[in-house]
Design a protein around this ligand. Structure first.
Ligand SMILES: *Cc1c(COP(=O)(O)O)cnc(C)c1O
Length: 452
């Protein structure tokens, strides 16, 4: 088996700026709107929730934003992350394609989430914030922000969806080890939580409810702010370290991707990998196909509406123009918890509308089959979310096998599954379900999208 397996950058080659794709787009994305006035939201509307530095990044039209030294120092705990050539997977598939994966599971919590948790904690600490609040589902985001808060001396309070809090104790232990306080949501600590508990004492919670609780706590405390792990522009911005490194690693490899695939929940690991490549594509230097992969159970990009909708279930957030299934849409309880969001990053939605990125939806059994195939050849057990990207990667590699094309495929392997192994148990036991999502299911959910 000839050729290199890992492409490793020196710490000195780590990016020193995040890349903002907005100024390079043919048109800017539509702004978030205030649900009351219908006018674009201003910095004052966001100030109770986010520090000024992040609000400025959210609306920035600068192409590059310097990464503060303090953030780079923490990044160096795991960055630059490796780019792998998947020689063994290629051989197992018998494909002439060359497959590469950029691996973010080397971070302290095992996913890409700390790439944005660390700068978010840094800017909050710098502006004198004492406490960060957030929500988490299975716990990837909660553990990333708990780790980041520990780095900058912030207190951290996490509302974790009750079902995960009870069934998946390990992420909670991780958050507590980093010093965070974790509440099951709904809780009796907020009005939003108490209202739900009054109506449904046995509620197992949802991300939407947990967001409402974390937002309520931050808004009521002048020295507290709220942190979000995906969807917003500044989150995707911070993740572009992934793609900037990958570009340098492809130079080392003397190769260039023809197809780039990533999974999309709120769009942050995907945007982080692909935006720097999109810059090169828009400048005419490369011309890869760029493809988002989402679960068939939650197909916002492929079957959603491109419309203004709320980011949360309770309707507390600004209206975001995005691909949405309706903010009341409750996807089937699939194992890729990070991909069960009704909407999509407004920036990525806009880029899909511009025709610069395409999208496919794949059912979870095919995804886990790809995850198992990957684990048996490459030795890393992928988190349930990136198995979606791997499934498309396998499809593409098998198409190449038929046509004999030697395409270069790049995929984002945004996390490992060490705390999600019950998902593999379910797949291996043969009891993982793919329910067909009917047009009727979707029409009912579309009814909750505000008309504007
Ligand atoms: C949170 C998460 C996702 C989904 O979020 P994106 O913003 O779409 O990246 C995907 N994979 C992993 C491993 C996650 O933790």
């Amino acid at each position: 088996m000839a050729g290199r397996t890992k492409f490793i950058l020196d710490e000195a080659d780590m990016p020193t700026a995040w890349y903002n794709v907005v100024p390079d787009l043919p048109e800017p994305p539509p702004p978030p709107l205030h649900p009351g006035t219908g006018e674009p939201v201003g910095p004052d509307d966001l100030a109770p929730l986010f520090p000024q530095a992040l609000i400025a990044q959210e609306v920035s039209t600068e192409r590059y934003i310097p990464i503060p030294d303090e953030v780079q120092e923490v990044y160096r705990l795991w960055r630059p992350s490796p780019l792998f050539r998947a020689h063994r997977l290629e051989k197992a598939l018998g494909t002439p394609a060359r497959i590469y994966y950029k691996y973010e599971g080397v971070s302290p919590v095992g996913s890409h989430k700390p790439n944005t948790a660390v700068p978010q904690a840094f800017y909050n600490a710098q502006e004198g914030v004492r406490l960060l609040t957030t929500e988490t589902g299975a716990g990837q985001w909660g553990s990333a922000i708990a780790f980041a808060c520990a780095q900058f001396g912030l207190e951290c309070e996490v509302w974790q969806v009750r079902a995960s809090y009870d069934q998946k104790p390990y992420r909670k232990i991780m958050m507590e080890t980093f010093g965070a306080t974790v509440h099951p949501s709904p809780s009796d600590l907020t009005e939003a939580g108490r209202a739900i508990l009054a109506a449904h004492p046995d509620s197992t919670g949802s991300l939407g409810i947990a967001i409402s609780e974390a937002v309520e706590k931050a808004a009521a405390n002048p020295d507290a702010r709220y942190a979000l792990g995906s969807v917003l522009n500044h989150v995707l911005l911070h993740q572009t370290v992934i793609g900037e490194e990958a570009i340098k690693q492809f130079e080392m490899a003397g190769d260039s991707p023809d197809v780039i695939v990533g999974c999309t929940g709120g769009g942050s690991n995907f945007g982080g990998l692909v935006f720097p490549f999109l810059r090169e594509k828009l400048a005419g230097r490369i011309s890869p196909t760029i493809r988002a992969v989402e679960p068939a159970a939650c197909p916002s990009l492929t079957r959603g509406k491109y419309a203004y909708d709320f980011g949360d279930t309770a309707g507390l957030t600004p209206l975001l123009k995005m691909h949405t299934l309706g903010h009341d849409f409750i996807p089937d309880p699939i194992h890729a918890g990070g991909l069960r969001y009704h909407g999509m990053s407004p920036l990525l939605s806009h880029i899909v509308e511009l025709g610069l990125v395409d999208a496919v939806a794949i059912g979870q059994n095919e995804c886990f089959a790809a995850g198992v195939r990957f684990a048996r050849s490459e030795g890393i057990i992928p988190a349930p979310e990136p198995t979606h990207a791997l499934a498309e990667c396998v499809r593409e590699a098998l198409r190449c096998k038929e046509t004999g094309e030697e395409k270069v495929i790049l995929t984002a392997l945004c996390g490992h599954a060490h705390l999600d192994l019950p998902a593999y148990a379910s797949y291996l036991a043969g009891d993982m379900v793919d329910r067909e999502l009917t047009d009727e299911d979707l029409v009912a959910a579309f009814d909750t999208i505000p008309t504007r």
